[in-house]
Ligand binder design. Structure first.
Ligand SMILES: Nc1nc2c(ncn2[C@@H]2O[C@H](COP(=O)(O)OP(=O)(O)OP(=O)(O)O)[C@@H](O)[C@H]2O)c(=O)[nH]1
Ligand SMILES: [Mg+2]
Length: 241
């Protein structure tokens, strides 16, 4: 779990995670200014602290590096903001366990009604749909969203994807999925009910717009990579799987 100022939601998120997975939880605290670390400690979670703010993407870089050191076979990234129903974790990892996929996204979008009822603001929903449409056309996938904060990866994905080169900002998530696709790993999805409330959503309109534009830039770079223009690639050294 990449965490910043989640003292109010970390315990609820933890309690949703099925018991058999709890001893393997690791949390990267990205310089929280509240009691995140104390609460996480009291729950017995392994914690790695950033002494300075390294951003959302930076938090995931530390997270994956630590997870690989701990010999994990499947690594799940979950926002500790209680937005996702973490009790579905066993379902999320199933396609990887069964060898049907290398990465699984916990999608917040099944029907418009459900997603909006869950509280996703209309502008975020519309932007998500539009970006997802463009991303699907660019990649040939038919995913229902590319922007969830609940994802599972096989160890091989994290060993091969050069995520350390990615942004320290929100667009890290998009870069990672496009790197995964460029390396011909398979992505699958399951649907996860969405809860939106104040503590479960921090990006404001401007941050979300920057994220949207940055996502489009990733799509363009991916397409340039596909037609062989390696100089404009956001990953300089794509490797063979
Ligand atoms: N904003 C922010 N979040 C961080 C950072 N490091 C870790 N996080 C965690 O990453 C998660 C970001 O989630 P949100 O702020 O809800 O962003 P989001 O899920 O992309 O946006 P919504 O769809 O509106 O919920 C939170 O659980 C944070 O605790 C950081 O540097 N900045
Ligand atoms: Mg959120």
């Amino acid at each position: 779990m990449p965490a910043r100022n989640v003292e109010k939601t970390i315990e609820m998120t933890y309690n949703d995670i099925p018991e058999e997975f709890r001893e393997n939880i690791i949390l990267v605290d990205n310089n929280s200014k509240d009691r995140t670390v104390e609460v996480a400690k009291s729950l017995g979670i392994k914690i790695f602290c950033h002494p300075t703010d390294r951003g959302y993407g930076g938090s995931q870089k530390s997270l994956y590096t630590e997870a690989l050191k701990l010999d994990a076979d499947i690594i799940v990234m979950l926002h500790p903001d209680y937005q996702y129903d973490a009790s579905l974790l066993p379902e999320l990892i199933k396609p990887i366990e069964q060898g049907r996929a290398d990465c699984v996204i916990g999608s917040r979008v099944r029907t418009r009604e459900e997603t909006l009822k869950g509280g996703m603001p209309l502008y975020k929903y519309l932007a998500n749909r539009l970006l997802t449409l463009i991303e699907n056309i660019a990649t040939g996938y038919s995913l229902s969203e590319f922007h969830s904060g609940f994802r599972a990866f096989s160890r091989k994905v994290l060993e091969k994807v050069p995520y350390q080169l990615n942004s320290n900002n929100y667009v890290f998530d998009t870069q990672m999925l496009f790197q995964i696709i460029a390396l011909s790993f398979k992505i699958d999805e399951i649907h996860v009910p969405t809860r939106y409330f104040k503590e479960a959503s921090s990006p404001n309109f401007i941050e979300s717009t920057i994220y949207g534009i940055s996502t489009l830039c990733v799509v363009i770079k991916y397409l340039l990579h596909k037609i062989g223009l390696k100089s404009s690639l956001f990953i300089p050294q794509y490797v063979e799987k």
